[in-house]
Design a protein around this ligand. Structure first.
Ligand code: SF4
Length: 192
């Protein structure tokens, strides 16, 4: 079985590991998947944002940049809006969000950046210590997100668990957050 996991798979697994089983193994679609949509910067906003943040790239110490890079490694794949090589020799991903900044960075956005950090490391063989988010509905507010070793390790663990569920047909553990079951698409078929 050829397994290629996306940041959305990882985000869903972190919400409840059984989503992986129902959606990707049994192929029962989730009708309430809105929690997990990877919110992208809409095209026009993203184009304008790219022009507007040019000056910020200088401030961030960007020495080289790549746009819309589709990257893969042994387990995951993803398209990164921008990848930077920074003055200190490390690299970073930047992701545009067609969203307002609400004084906190959602865990799902961080998870995406951690996935991109892993992909950048695998493909460019460089260290990644941070990532960036641009909120196109908050005047292109730029937020820096720390990427530590433990974050990438966690993503690797999750990706390995997903691969195991899919390749060995394993029924995963339920989420520990029981209130998530109340509004879950799969609540009628899920054995607690
Ligand atoms: S009912 Fe609960 S345990 Fe089952 S899939 Fe939904 S969230 Fe997960």
């Amino acid at each position: 079985m050829n397994i290629s996991i996306t940041p959305s798979h990882i985000i869903q697994y972190l919400y409840c590991p059984r989503f992986t089983y129902f959606e990707y193994l049994l192929r029962i679609p989730q009708y309430e998947g809105r929690h997990f949509k990877v919110v992208k910067g809409r095209e026009v906003h993203e184009r304008k944002a790219r022009e507007n943040i040019e000056y910020m790239r200088k401030r961030l110490g960007v020495v080289q940049k790549w746009h819309n890079q589709y990257l893969t490694n042994d387990l995951i794949r993803g398209e990164v809006d921008e990848i930077y090589l920074l003055e200190d020799g490390t690299m970073a991903a930047l992701d545009y969000k067609f969203a307002k900044y609400e004084d906190k960075v959602y865990a799902t956005y961080k998870t995406q950046l951690y996935c991109y950090a892993w992909l950048i490391r695998s493909n460019f063989k460089k260290e990644v210590k941070k990532g960036f988010l641009v909120y196109t509905r908050s005047k292109n507010k730029l937020i820096e997100v720390e990427v530590a070793e433990k974050h990438v390790e966690e993503i690797k663990k999750v990706a390995t668990s997903i691969a195991e569920i899919l390749s060995k047909n394993r029924y995963p553990k339920a989420t520990k957050v029981k209130r998530r079951c109340l509004s879950c698409t799969y609540r009628n078929i899920c054995t607690k």
